[in-house]
Ligand binder design. Sequence first.
Ligand SMILES: [Fe+2]
Ligand SMILES: [Fe+2]
Length: 222
Amino acid sequence: MSNKISFTDIKNSKEIRTYIKQADASLKALGFTEHSFAHATKCAEVAGKLLENLDYSKHEVELSKIAAYMHDIGNVINRVDHAQSGAVMAFRILDKMGMEPKDTAAIITAIGNHDEKTAFPVNAIAAAVIIADKTDVRRSRVRSKDTIYTDIHDRVNYAVEKAELKLNKEDKTLTLHLTIDTEISAVMDYFEIFMDRMLLCRKSAGFFGLTFKLNMNGNALL
Ligand SMILES: [Fe+2]
Ligand SMILES: [Fe+2]
């Protein structure tokens, strides 16, 4: 019987919790938005649900959840190249837990290919992680309201009242529906910050043969 590590095993790992917590503490000090359990869990949910809806196997869904949950742990080392350092960390952790090399490979590939500058949907799990990560914009990621007028990332995230990713299999579209408070942030602010991310989502949706669309306050923008 092969050793299958589940998403629950990963969530229950004290070791991984410690790294996520400490990585988020560093990002807080550096002035970044929330990258803690809320972000990790949300990404796992979105990535898993996407692959499930696209009829991937239960095992692949599980692997995508694990990769998404662990994708930002490398920030505990440094923000720069955190995708690569996180992949190496995940390798050590998962290998120690006895995960099969084939599964470990899929996960570290996804983690190592998720960050903007070096991201690429090299496989389905990587594509799902990129989409889940890049679409996680929400008010609760902003740590303090004090910074929303000086920090464009905080302002844009704070302005997002609702973000929902919808898959339409018939039209072959994946649409991010955002409800934003334009009194807080102009639509242009959003584009200034998120254009690269949206292009990555487009590339990743393309991996599944889907067209990525962005809808803001009921208007189709992309
Ligand atoms: Fe990241
Ligand atoms: Fe992330």
